[in-house]
Design a protein around this ligand. Structure first.
Ligand code: DGL
Length: 271
C-alpha cells in the first residue's frame, strides 16, 4: 500500500525512454532512501536520441499524464534527450516540480572545472538541441567554454552489456579524441547510459573529472522537494520502487540488474 494521505508522502515519478534512467533512479534511492518511486521506461518507443522535438514532447506528455494519474508529487525526467527538449514544456503543463538532468549536470561541471573548458557527450538529439549551451548561459559564466560530441553507439553498447573490452575502448577513443584535443578538464556524461561506461571513458580521458548527472539530479531533487515542503516523512520505512514499461517487462527486468542493486517489480502499462 502506498501512503497517499499527505502530499509529501506521495511517490516521485521518474521516466526515461528505457532502462538508462535507472542510473538516476539508483542515485535517488541512495540519496533519498525514504522516497517512493514510480519509474516509467518507454521501452516500446526507445530510442529517443534520434527523434524530433515534437515527437519527444508528445511521448513525454503521455508519460507524465500516466504518472500524474498515479498521484506523483514531482517528476524527474531521467533522460537527457527528453530533458533537452521537453522540460520547460512539461513544467508549463503540470502543477508540480519537474526536474530535468541538464541543469544539474552543467551546474555541477561549472563548480568543478578549473580551466573553464567543459566537454559534454550525449545522443545526437541532445547535442543538436543546444540545451547544455543554453543552461551554461543561464549560469552567467561567460568565460566558460563548452565542447559537445554525440556518441550514438554508446547506448547500444550498454544495452548489449558491452561496458568494457577492446571494441568499446576503440569506439570511446574515436568519439572522445576531439574532446581530448580541446584540453577540457571536466566531462559531463550527458546521457543516462553513460555512467555505465565510466571506467572506459575515464581510461581514455585521463585526468579529466567526469560529471555523473544522475548524482547531480538526485542532489537537485532533494533541494526541490525540501523547498516545496514535499520531502517524505516516514521514519524507519524505506521507500519502495515500482516500474512500468510500455513493452514486455522481461527484457527490462533482465537488464535492470545491471543498473540497480535491487530487484524491482515491473509491469506493462498502456499509455
Ligand atoms: N535515455 C536517453 C538519454 O539519456 C538515451 C537513450 C535514447 O536514445 O533513448 O538521452
Amino acid at each position: 500500500m502506498w501512503l497517499m494521505e499527505r502530499p509529501n508522502n506521495r511517490p516521485i515519478g521518474v521516466f526515461d525512454s528505457g532502462v538508462g534512467g535507472l542510473t538516476v533512479a539508483r542515485s535517488i534511492r541512495e540519496m533519498l532512501p525514504m522516497e517512493d518511486i514510480i519509474y516509467f521506461g518507454d521501452t516500446a518507443r526507445v530510442p529517443y536520441g534520434n527523434k524530433s522535438r515534437d515527437t519527444i514532447n508528445r511521448f513525454s506528455k503521455e508519460i507524465v499524464d500516466f504518472l500524474a494519474g498515479k498521484k506523483v508529487k514531482a517528476v524527474v525526467i531521467a533522460c537527457n534527450t527528453a530533458s533537452s527538449f521537453s522540460r520547460a514544456f512539461l513544467q508549463k503543463n503540470y502543477d508540480m516540480p519537474v526536474v530535468g538532468v541538464i541543469g544539474p549536470g552543467i551546474r555541477k561541471a561549472v563548480g568543478i572545472s578549473k580551466n573553464r573548458r567543459i566537454g559534454v557527450i550525449g545522443t545526437e538529439a541532445t547535442v543538436a538541441s543546444g540545451a547544455y549551451d543554453r543552461e551554461l548561459e543561464k549560469t552567467q559564466k561567460g568565460d566558460f567554454r563548452l565542447f559537445s560530441e554525440s556518441c550514438p553507439l554508446f547506448v547500444p553498447l550498454v544495452e548489449n552489456r558491452m561496458i568494457s573490452g577492446e571494441i568499446t575502448e576503440k569506439i570511446a577513443e574515436k568519439y572522445l579524441f576531439s574532446l581530448r584535443k580541446r584540453g577540457i578538464d571536466t566531462l559531463i556524461l550527458g546521457c543516462t547510459h553513460y555512467p555505465m561506461l565510466k571506467k572506459v571513458i575515464s581510461s581514455v580521458m585521463k585526468g579529466v573529472s567526469l560529471v555523473d548527472s544522475s548524482r547531480a539530479v538526485a542532489e537537485e531533487l532533494k533541494m526541490v522537494l525540501r523547498s516545496n515542503g514535499l520531502s517524505a516523512e516516514r521514519r524507519g520505512r524505506k521507500g519502495k520502487m515500482r516500474c512500468y514499461v510500455s513493452d514486455a517487462p522481461e527484457k527490462f527486468k533482465k537488464i535492470s540488474g545491471m543498473f540497480l542493486k535491487e530487484n524491482v517489480d515491473v509491469k506493462k502499462a498502456v499509455l
